[in-house]
Write a protein that binds this ligand. Structure first.
Ligand code: GLN
Ligand code: ZN
Length: 765
């Protein structure tokens, strides 16, 4: 039998983001739900056929989603909080969108479910909320419908679901706390999965893939028991359909023995991120006779070509233990762009090093074919030779100036003087801000008009001068509006930026850019990360002119706005020939130059966004410091260590999930941090309190990921919540993230309420 090929999941947003466009059209009332459904079906069909044409054996279904697969799983299990059911929408899709985005209209007013990052990716899932007494039952036909849809096209797919363990570990109570895994809940969830399994058996599925990425995290007491209980029940219901337990983003060495004994038909292992540990576990405990190991060799998180020799070596290593080895993507391809087709802006000689989702399908097939080949066939294989040639020799020459600068760094370059407490005093005098100063995170709505103007510039339809004039007018209007509503620390609005990372990349040496390499971030939102291709340095000042211009237009303090080195790297496609640490250091030096130039241009407050710092925190605690924080935190310090004591350094982070690294965040030595705390729990405030957090902080007082307008009272209540845990001298009042994706219609009333709330609280202090 030839080696089976399996794809864990495929991007669903569409080659040209068709799904995004049609869903956003629906939200705006430009098209109806039927149009959304028909585009969705077209995309599914196209994606299945592409995989079929590539010769993939196990093609996923139910990897499609209108918004998020966790949300779909919650709906599948009937985990729908009553406040959404009460809206009484006719269509399930509208309930789904209300859970995802909140809803404000004639049917009611509800906030969205909290959103969190999916493991170490920049994809966000919605956090299911299990209310007390929730009736868990099979509540949707989505997985079956999509299976049948593919079947009607002549493609027998492998349905994919998020597994019950990961679901239960990521879901929260209505108090935003972890669930108690009582018998009733566990049994009810297992029963639904057993029902799903039985149903797929009826429908003629051969494989069912259950994704359990949570298995790669450290285990808490009871976790392994929970996993065992769930799967013992589910597998007991197994009839003909085979069950693939799929894991990714790390290793499962600590439970491999248990997993192997449970009798899965397939176990999916990530051989990129969890390589050594997973291989060791397999060698140590063996593989049950009826089990196939799905060797995750095709990286689902990079854009680089696969090294076939390496992949074949991994398959061989497994074959020493068991003959039953299939090859697979290491994770879903959701996290990579669609195809390199049409990327004509990148020289062919460079582009040949890239593989996006479609190209990875071809690689997967080629690796499988080579895995079955004899030594002689391999020697004769042109595919293998061509692949080997990609990895022979250096891809790009090193920049000696960058190396020299890094070699010249000393310990002092990582330490800002004087100590923060001292600086905070000096800054208070220098800046003359009131208590509870109000500010925003940087960007203001990027209207169609702004994007259209940028497109014109790109196409050469307007001059750079005309574009600059346009941006200046946007800045002027934005400043005026901020002054009118009474914000304290102003921003210029970031109208000149397409994206907070790409914009910097475009002005740094060492980056490459794509036209269409979009990746889903949340819902319909996509990002297009730049590519680190060579050594990085700053070509010329990037933001200085805009910030200086903005400051010249107001007497208020104007905040300069930069993206930090860790975030630039985390939201780019990093190189794989040098370490992340090295790349981050190069970036830190480039941004450091920019910080000092801003300061010299009279900017007194500089925000260096590290929105993505938390995102790449390793999943295993033992790796946190040694593999990440020990270089990521110093890199940030390197960026700002040389500024004057009175220059106030802000940073911003998305998502408040940093309770457990709160001291490391403090060690970044910023003067002020703003972060998300409005969607979901305020637990981080306890952490701030308990850690005697020194950095002044603005825990976001309202959720900008939703179009909903918070009331003044709501924000005032939120401020009082914050003041219970924080010293008033250290509190800033701001939204929870940048306003770029919002409309002006909701942004300005929301900010008016924010300022009014801050003033009301101030007056009562
Ligand atoms: N300064 C950026 C903005 O406001 C920060 C965005 C982010 O945190 N993702 O857009
Ligand atoms: Zn943010």
């Amino acid at each position: 039998m030839s080696t089976l090929t399996s794809v864990s999941g495929f991007p669903r947003i569409g080659q040209n983001r068709e799904l995004k466009k049609i869903i956003e059209g629906y939200w705006k009332g430009a098209n109806d739900l039927a149009a959304v459904k028909s585009t969705a079906a077209e995309l599914r069909a196209k994606h299945w056929k592409l995989q079929q044409a590539a010769g993939i054996d196990l093609i996923p279904s139910n990897d499609f989603s209108y918004y998020d697969q966790m949300l779909d799983t919650a709906i599948l299990l009937n985990v729908i909080p009553k406040r959404y059911e009460r809206l009484a929408f006719e269509n399930q899709e509208d309930t789904l969108f209300a859970m995802a985005r909140g809803y404000q209209g004639d049917k009611g007013d509800v906030t969205a479910l909290p959103m969190k990052k999916w493991f170490t990716t920049n994809y966000h899932y919605l956090v299911p909320e299990v209310e007390p007494g929730e009736e868990i039952k099979l509540n949707s036909t989505k997985p079956f419908d999509e299976f049948n849809e593919a079947k009607a096209l002549g493609i027998l797919t492998k349905p994919v679901l998020i597994g019950p363990y990961t679901f239960l570990k990521l879901a929260r109570t209505d108090q935003a706390t972890e669930l108690e895994y009582d018998k009733g809940l566990v049994n009810a969830v297992a029963a639904v999965y057993a029902e799903v399994l039985a149903k797929f058996n009826e429908l003629g599925a051969q494989w069912l893939q259950l994704d359990e990425p949570y298995l790669v995290l450290d285990k808490e007491p009871g976790d392994v028991e929970l996993f065992k209980t769930l799967y013992t029940k589910i597998l007991a219901a197994k009839a003909g359909v085979k069950v693939l337990l799929n894991t990714y983003f790390g290793h499962i060495a600590d439970v491999y023995e248990t997993v192997n004994l449970l009798g899965f038909d397939g176990i999916g292992l990530d051989l990129n991120e969890g390589r050594e540990e997973n291989l060791e576990a397999v060698a140590k405990y063996g593989v049950a006779s009826g089990t196939t190991i799905f060797a995750g060799v095709i990286n689902g998180r990079n854009i680089w070509r696969n090294n076939y020799a390496t992949s074949l070596g991994l398959v061989d290593a497994l074959k020493q233990v068991t003959p039953n080895v299939a090859v697979s993507t290491a994770s879903s391809l959701l996290h990579v762009p669609f195809s390199t087709e049409g990327e004509t802006g990148i020289p062919a000689d460079d582009l040949k090093h890239f593989a996006f989702a479609v190209e990875k399908l071809g690689e997967l097939k080629e690796v499988a074919v080579l895995a079955d080949a004899t030594e002689d066939e391999k020697k004769a294989s042109t595919a293998l030779a061509a692949n080997q040639a990609l990895f022979d020799g250096t891809r790009v020459a090193a920049d000696p100036a960058v190396a020299a600068r890094i070699n010249g760094l000393t310990a002092d370059d990582y330490v800002r003087q004087p100590a923060r407490e001292e600086r905070q005093k000096l800054q208070r005098e220098a800046l003359g801000l009131p208590l509870l100063p109000t500010t925003t995170i940087g960007s203001f709505p990027q209207t169609k008009e702004v994007r259209a103007e940028r497109a014109k510039l790109r196409k050469g339809e307007i001059t750079k001068e005309a574009y600059d004039e346009f941006i200046k007018a946007q800045i002027d209007a934005c400043i005026k509006h901020q002054e009118e509503i009474g914000l304290d620390v102003l921003v210029h609005g970031e109208f000149e930026r397409n994206d907070m990372v790409e914009y910097f990349g475009q002005n740094l040496n060492g980056f490459l850019f794509t036209k269409n390499a979009w990746v889903q971030s949340y819902g319909t939102r996509c990002v297009k990360p730049p590519i680190v291709w060579g050594d990085v340095s700053r070509a010329k000042p990037i933001t200085v002119e805009w910030s200086a211009y903005a400051q010249s237009r107001t007497d208020h303090v104007m905040k300069g706005m930069l993206t930090g080195p860790v975030t630039i790297l985390n939201w780019s496609w990093p190189r794989e020939d040098i370490t992340h640490e090295e790349q981050t250091k190069q970036l830190a030096l480039a941004i450091r130059d920019e910080v000092l130039d801003l300061e010299a241009a009279g900017i007194k407050v500089i925000q260096i966004d590290e929105a993505a710092l938390r995102e790449k925190l390793p999943l295993r605690k033992s790796d946190w410091h040694v593999k990440y924080l020990d270089w990521a935190v110093p890199a940030f310090r390197l960026v700002h260590s040389a500024v004057k004591p009175t220059t106030q350094i802000h940073t911003h982070m998305c998502y408040s999930e940093f309770n457990d690294i709160i001291r490391d965040i403090d060690a970044m030595d910023a003067d002020v941090i703003s972060f998300e705390a409005s969607r979901g729990d305020l637990v981080v405030l306890d952490a701030i309190h308990d850690a005697h957090f020194e950095t002044e902080a603005g825990p976001g007082v309202y959720d900008i990921h939703s179009p909903r307008i918070p009331s003044e009272q709501e924000i005032e209540d939120r401020i009082y919540e914050i003041l219970k845990k924080m010293d008033v001298e250290k509190v800033w009042i701001n939204p929870d993230c940048g306003l770029k994706t919002r409309g002006n219609a909701e942004t300005w009333p929301s900010l008016e309420h924010l300022v009014a709330a801050a003033k009301a609280v101030r007056a009562k202090l």
